[in-house]
Design a protein around this ligand. Structure first.
Ligand SMILES: [Zn+2]
Length: 277
């Protein structure tokens, strides 16, 4: 069971190493390292992470500029190199989950998306064949905007055709890109069953991001604070109680990271406490 945060929460003030006891005091044991601007972690932090690894479960979020589905072959080549760097970094720290965005920049038509997904899959299969992956798994994440690659079907397809890919299901992104689809526990369960049926061997290593989100007709607008209502006054969506209930009903071993705006630890604690109740 892993419940945790994405990066050092803004509510935490203090030294990096102090964030872990602070999270632990809330029952949390997950930390997704945000390599937003590059697969770089200072030596000091690497030492801290190595010491805590095991007691804490670490994952790494790849830089946002990685774009394996781009139409620009230079961007793809650079992204492949970056991913290889990230995999070596993960291996050296004994971390076995890297989360990345499939990207965009393709034509947003069925044909354009197909081409981009095929290219992305070819790129992934190339760079993963060129190095020893150890036990590192790489996780394409559901994209929040309709124009992004990373629909549920696309994530399933990538995971079906790439040996080392596993699904990162960001339920907020899924809800946003499908313009508010996760309106009930049953629908959420159906979506997860769809993944389980398509890629059963990979399902048990599923990775989640869960928080509430504001969206419009192009998908994601912004992450919301934990416990806050939607701008129109409805309770925050997707519903985290439903999400935790589905985890339990489906006997999923959870690895859940909260990306709630300025309140990740509160969102993670909320889901953790519901899960263990
Ligand atoms: Zn992400």
């Amino acid at each position: 069971m892993v419940f945790g945060v994405a990066g050092v929460p803004t509510n935490y003030k203090g030294k990096f190493e102090g964030v872990f006891p602070w999270l632990k005091s809330m029952g949390l044991n997950g930390f997704e390292i945000q390599c937003t601007y590059g697969f770089k972690i200072s030596e000091d932090r690497q030492e801290i992470i190595k010491k805590l690894n095991g007691e804490f479960k670490f994952s790494i979020h790849a830089p946002y500029y990685i774009n394996l589905g781009s139409l620009n072959s230079q961007v793809v080549a650079r992204s492949k190199g970056n991913m290889k760097q990230g995999i070596e970094l993960a291996k050296s720290l004994n971390i076995n989950r890297i989360i990345f965005h499939p990207g965009g920049g393709h034509e947003n038509t069925p044909q354009g998306r197909d081409n981009a997904i095929n290219q992305l899959i070819a790129a992934i299969n190339e760079f993963t064949a060129e190095l020893d992956m150890g036990d590192v798994r790489i996780y394409p994440e559901i994209g929040g905007k309709t124009a992004n690659l990373g629909s549920l079907d696309e994530i399933i397809e990538i995971c079906s055709r790439c040996k080392y890919c596993y699904p990162c299901i960001d339920i907020a992104h899924l809800h946003a890109r499908e313009i508010g689809s996760l309106t009930s526990k049953e629908i959420l369960k159906q979506k997860l069953m769809q993944i389980k049926n398509a890629i059963p061997d990979k399902f048990k290593y599923i990775h989640f991001h869960a928080y509430t989100i504001d969206y419009g007709n192009k998908g994601e607008i912004k992450h919301l604070m934990h416990g806050c209502n939607m701008p129109d006054g409805r309770p925050g969506m997707p519903n985290l109680d439903d999400f935790v209930a589905v985890l339990k009903e489906m006997n999923i071993e959870p690895w859940v990271i909260s990306e709630a705006l300025d309140s990740q630890e509160q969102g993670a604690k909320y889901m953790h406490d519901l899960f263990v109740k």
